[in-house]
Design a protein around this ligand. Structure first.
Ligand SMILES: NC(=O)c1ccc[n+]([C@@H]2O[C@H](COP(=O)([O-])OP(=O)(O)OC[C@H]3O[C@@H](n4cnc5c(N)ncnc54)[C@H](O)[C@@H]3O)[C@@H](O)[C@H]2O)c1
Length: 238
């Protein structure tokens, strides 16, 4: 186990985080999963309950970490109430998790990676960091994405560019994946509307992450830096 490459996946208990963790296990990584849940449902990962938006908790966690090869900054939250009703609490939760939590993890991971002159970070953005969500496709699903979610995801893309270029000469590659909407048994009307608006004619599936993930974690990949890989079935291409 000591010789294995170490990967951290934040938000490891969610839909995408679970998939990323299992994929990395299959690539022979030792996975350290981070989430807010009491326990992990996944076997074979080292689980740590931690709030990524708590600066001191994050710093203490990294103090105990010996080495790190890969970080997937995946934990993120949305808010679905209408913009007119947005509360300060909702805004802060989204900013603290999506933007600050991602930044705290990047900064601590980079200290380790810079020392070893190797490492890769994949931040998870969203197409809603590039385009606004279309309120006409949500109907009564109550899953309308918010202005603050979009703003934080745009920030994640920019964090990736800045930190990616800043640490490029330390043999650390930081990139972002911006996915489209991933199918998870959402409201049928919404799935239909979303699919109709997407050139590929369907929502994203977890499998659709696989090639980009394999590409970004490959040892052969050491010149792709600060990029945002959009996987969305063409949603943002039209
Ligand atoms: N699912 C999609 O359609 C989609 C599309 C585009 C982007 N994304 C992004 O992908 C990422 C994962 O999305 P998902 O759909 O798997 O979400 P999810 O809600 O299924 O999982 C998110 C996980 O993050 C954890 N989490 C939340 N706040 C945390 C915190 N402060 N500290 C530690 N853990 C925390 C939650 O407990 C949860 O297990 C998010 O960043 C999301 O914005 C998702």
């Amino acid at each position: 186990m000591l010789n294995k490459k170490i990967a951290i996946v934040t938000g490891c208990e969610g839909q995408l985080g679970n998939f990323f963790s299992q994929k990395l296990l299959s690539e022979d990584y030792q996975v350290i999963g981070i989430d807010l849940k009491k326990k992990s449902k996944q076997k074979n990962i080292i689980y740590k309950k931690l709030d990524i938006s708590n600066f001191n908790e994050v710093r203490n966690f990294f103090k105990k970490l010996k080495k790190l090869d890969l970080l997937i900054n995946n934990a993120g939250v949305g808010v679905y109430s209408s913009t007119e009703k947005r509360t300060k609490r909702e805004i802060e939760k989204v900013v603290n998790t999506n933007l600050l939590g991602t930044l705290y993890f990047c900064l601590e991971a980079l200290k380790k990676m810079k020392k070893r002159k190797r490492g890769k970070i994949i931040n998870i953005g969203s197409i809603y960091g590039l385009v606004s969500s279309d309120k006409n496709i949500y109907g009564t699903s109550k899953r309308n994405n918010s202005e603050i979610y979009s703003a934080t995801k745009a920030s994640v893309i920019m964090l990736t560019k800045y930190l990616g270029s800043y640490y490029a000469d330390k043999n650390v590659q930081i990139n972002c994946i911006s996915p489209g909407g991933v199918f998870n048994y959402q409201n049928k009307k919404f799935v239909k509307n979303y699919s109709k608006k997407t050139p590929a004619g369907r929502m994203m599936s977890l499998k659709d992450f696989e090639t980009a993930l394999e590409f970004l974690i490959s040892e052969k990949n050491n010149y792709l830096i600060g990029q945002n890989i959009i996987i969305d079935g063409g949603y943002t291409s039209i």
